[in-house]
Design a protein around this ligand. Structure first.
Ligand code: NAI
Length: 271
């Protein structure tokens, strides 16, 4: 394993809920690679308490912030800057939630108040995090900002309902803000489109298990784990990827470019 890829870098990691979270694995790897960072999550997620154990393991603090609240984000950045002793080199947006999915509403029966909540939590919060960062001038030059997406932004996965639209918006925001932040401060912005992953957010989606197995048999490398996603995020935070920006990067074991696998054909044939 390469060492100290993030030595001297400081940042913020959102979305570590429990040890399965992509953000949780990212925090452990960021620490391993020499980064200093603050953890944050929605105040309601604090109740579970697990994030405090992670903070202890990473010698850091947790600052509660609802990512849909500009006021919370401002407070988060101010307190994080004080703790970290300077501006940020990386931000991870690892946040997603759809009340419609949670409550089993189909795409033809969306509750629009809930849909607005899905878009706000899962996509517009990404814009809010960047807009507040720009206004506070709190990113260092060549800083890296990453959000997490899913291929339902490009192709139809019926069970993903309003989250598909949220992810399309998230990816669009990465392009729009990537251009703006690149020009203003050489800050890069990308989304990573991850395989289905067994986390709280992932498993909450109807039919997740059968879809997980389907993606596993279609992808030549199999599904990408949360841990390997964390590895990819670390490379995106490192100086090795300085010229990559405004991209949606598939991290899915080859799923996105596979039409059908021999394994799937065998399963579907009557022989
Ligand atoms: P997770 O459930 O561990 O993480 C989601 C996080 O969002 C939780 O920590 C939750 O507390 C946080 N969150 C929800 N509302 C919030 C708010 N208002 N303010 C701040 N934080 C809030 O699940 P996972 O899978 O690690 O999710 C991370 C990201 O990866 C999400 O964007 C998700 O959509 C994305 N992703 C997940 C896939 C999967 O199959 N698990 C596949 C592709 C992308």
């Amino acid at each position: 394993m390469p060492e100290n890829l993030l030595q001297g870098k400081v940042g913020i990691i959102t979305g570590a809920l429990d040890e399965n979270s992509i953000a949780w694995k990212t925090a452990l790897k960021a620490k391993e690679q020499g980064a200093k960072f603050v953890l944050t999550n929605a105040p309601i997620a604090m109740r579970m308490g697990a994030i405090n154990e992670l903070a202890e393991e990473c010698n850091t603090i947790v600052i509660p912030a609802d990512a849909t609240s500009v006021e919370d984000i401002e407070k988060l950045y101010d307190e994080a800057k004080e703790f970290l002793g300077g501006n940020f080199d990386f931000l991870l947006h690892s946040i997603g939630m759809s009340p419609n999915i949670r409550k089993g509403r189909s795409y033809g029966d969306l509750n629009y108040d809930w849909a607005m909540k899905s878009y706000d939590v899962s996509a517009i919060s990404f814009h809010k995090m960047m807009q507040v960062a720009e206004k506070k001038d709190i990113m260092n030059e060549w800083a890296s900002i990453v959000g997490l997406s899913y291929i339902a932004a490009q192709r139809v996965f019926p069970f993903y309902t309003d989250m598909a639209d949220a992810k399309a918006l998230l990816e669009s925001i990465a392009r729009g803000y990537g251009y703006r932040f690149g020009k203003a401060k050489k800050v890069r912005v990308n989304t990573i489109s991850q395989s289905p992953t067994k986390t709280t957010a992932g498993s909450g989606i109807g039919g997740f298990d059968s879809f997980f197995t389907f993606a596993e048999s279609l992808s030549p490398l199999g599904n990408a784990s949360a841990e390997s996603c964390a590895d990819y995020i670390i490379t995106m935070f490192s100086d090795l990827t300085r010229m990559v920006t405004m991209q949606n990067l598939f991290h899915d074991g080859g799923y996105s470019f596979t039409g059908i696998s021999e394994e799937m054909m065998d399963k579907l044939s009557d022989k």
